[in-house]
Design a protein around this ligand. Structure first.
Ligand code: AMP
Ligand code: ZN
Ligand code: FE
Ligand code: FE
Length: 271
């Protein structure tokens, strides 16, 4: 009886459709999953329908890109009301910022003689929440680069000619937004963003939980963040951060969260 609470689809930078993701969840015998596409909940209704048909519990979610003291911190939203107007209006602003960022990246590419148009990226991405991986895929599709790695190394990494920083909301704002939509706010993969020193401040802003179990967390990180969870009375979550085929092999089911933790989340979400 396990859950995977960190999953992406085509509605952000993953490669699976919601239906393909749920089929994979079924294959891996997961009892519950959450969809956490970046800055969007677009895929949640389809994932919910597919989960209902497959007998899998579905938790609507998102992964909001935020920052605190110039440190990037990803805040996972769980059990949000995906029809909440204020929530949708606010995240739409960040989707627009993502689209404008794609235009800026293409302008920078054009300035150095790479003829990639933003429309090509939007067509390929066909979602409201595009990011650098879509630009990389468009560069490969347009034969400007041999591979995604080359696209990042030559153009898209920080300090490369087409890099444009992402527009981020404050972590406190992300948490507030999630709460007003009835959800739980969870700090994603703390080891990846080196956010340890800001954890107390994020807790003070109302954080509900911390992602202890994650693909890129080794046993040391698991212990370390379990201790943080105890110290600050935070819910414990976990997930694979599966992006389908876009980051090597599909990771769904490789990080298994016991359902006891999901029950604790549900109890807090109800309050
Ligand atoms: P963004 O959020 O738009 O800045 O894009 C960040 C995404 O690009 C993350 O999901 C990274 O995993 C991905 N990424 C970063 N570097 C690479 C790379 N060298 N090859 C493929 N994907 C990458
Ligand atoms: Zn992603
Ligand atoms: Fe993340
Ligand atoms: Fe993620």
């Amino acid at each position: 009886m396990f859950a995977d609470l960190h999953l992406h689809t085509k509605f952000s930078d993953g490669t699976y459709t919601p239906e393909e993701l749920v089929a994979q969840a079924q294959f891996h015998k997961l009892s519950a999953i959450a969809l956490t596409d970046h800055d969007t909940v677009e895929g949640c209704s389809r994932a919910a329908a597919a989960c209902a048909a497959a007998g899998i519990e579905f938790i609507p979610g998102s992964e909001l890109t935020s920052e605190h003291d110039d440190i990037e911190v990803h805040i996972l939203a769980y059990f949000v009301d995906t029809t909440n107007a204020a929530f949708l209006t606010e995240i739409a602003k960040f989707q627009t910022a993502r689209q404008n960022r794609i235009r800026e990246m293409c302008a920078k590419l054009n300035a150095i003689g790479i003829g990639l148009q933003a429309e090509e990226v939007f067509t390929l991405a066909s979602c409201h929440s595009p990011g650098r991986p879509h630009v990389a895929r468009a560069l490969v599709a347009g034969k400007h680069c041999r591979s995604l790695d080359v696209a990042f190394d030559r153009f898209l990494k920080k300090d490369r000619p087409a890099y444009v920083p992402k527009f981020k909301m404050s972590a406190a704002h992300a948490i507030e937004l999630i709460h007003q939509a009835g959800g739980l706010a969870v700090m994603a993969h703390p080891a990846l963003n080196h956010t340890d020193e800001i954890i107390p401040a994020i807790v003070a802003a109302g954080l509900d939980g911390i992602e202890v179990f994650h693909t890129k967390h080794g046993p040391n990180a698991n212990h370390r963040y379990m201790d943080f969870a105890k110290k600050f009375n935070l819910l414990v979550t976990g997930g694979s951060d599966c992006h389908g085929m876009s980051k090597g092999r599909p990771l769904i089911g490789t990080v298994k969260l016991h359902l006891d933790y999901v029950e604790k989340m549900k109890a807090k979400a109800k309050k």
